[in-house]
Design a protein around this ligand. Structure first.
Ligand code: PEP
Length: 251
């Protein structure tokens, strides 16, 4: 996967199946001004109905919001990457800050999830990002570096073609506070340089890095125009079809 424009929605624990179908149909049917990979991160329950109801094509792809790190076993309530791959779900989101916080997912567990997801044949949107106190202390770049080193950088260069990175400062998620375009660009450039040091120029230039954190219809254009911002991972605004289409058309 080379570097592409990507608009990814993260519906989190929102919408009934019927509401999700309506939303996905609106997004799938919308005109696009440019080639943009559109990904909808939907609840597990919605995957099969959406596959049946919307034309899952290069216009709209689905992502699961999480998966377990084992293929199968006595893990009540969990979904394995093998199950997702068998359903032909192309993407899974791993490492979202809400899962890091509420489900205590640490870098070691996320490394295991990455391994399992790639072994099953899934592509991964891997999230990283710092909390407000870390940003205030000025250690945001080293914090994100540590997240990448302890999870993502176990992968080899060839596997990186199946990875999209989402930089999501926690202080900007669901708060209405967005990182400024300059703040986003600073971190995205830093991540690309970490990729270059670890994997070389080709991987660094071909890896899509998304920004996430209160992306809206009215700020997406400026964020996406930054040289190292290849798109967005969008929570709240992805639940509004018209606004998400506006975001898709902000490249
Ligand atoms: C997210 O959930 O990944 C996210 C960035 O949420 P929001 O756009 O609502 O800040």
């Amino acid at each position: 996967m080379s570097r592409k424009n990507i608009a990814a929605g993260n519906w989190k624990m929102n919408t009934t199946i019927e509401e999700g179908i309506d939303l996905a149909q609106l997004i799938a049917g919308a005109e696009r001004s440019k080639e943009v990979i559109t990904i909808l991160g939907v609840p597990f329950t919605h995957i099969y109905p959406l596959q049946k109801k919307i034309k899952v094509s290069s216009k709209v792809l689905l992502a699961a919001q999480n998966c377990h790190h084992k293929t199968s076993g006595a893990y009540t309530g969990e979904i394995s990457p093998t199950m997702l791959a068998a359903m032909k779900v192309p993407y899974v989101i791993i490492g979202h800050s809400e899962r890091r916080e509420y489900n205590h997912e640490d870098n070691a567990l996320l490394a295991a999830k990455l391994r399992a997801a790639l072994d099953a044949g899934l592509k991964v949107i891997f999230c990283c990002g710092e909390a407000l106190d870390i940003r205030k202390a000025g250690s945001h770049v080293s914090h994100v570096k540590n997240q990448l080193v302890e999870s993502l950088f176990q992968l080899d260069a060839k596997e990186m073609k199946n990875i999209v990175i989402a930089y999501e400062p926690i202080w900007a998620i669901g708060t209405g506070e967005t990182a400024s375009p300059a703040q986003a660009q600073e971190m995205h450039a830093a991540i690309r340089s970490m990729l270059q040091i670890k994997y070389g120029k080709r991987v660094a230039e071909n890896t899509s890095i998304l920004y996430g954190g209160s992306v809206k219809g009215n700020n997406a254009k400026e964020l996406f125009s930054q040289p190292d911002v290849d798109g967005g991972l969008v929570g709240g605004a992805s639940l509004n079809g018209a606004e998400f289409v506006q975001i898709i058309n902000s490249f």
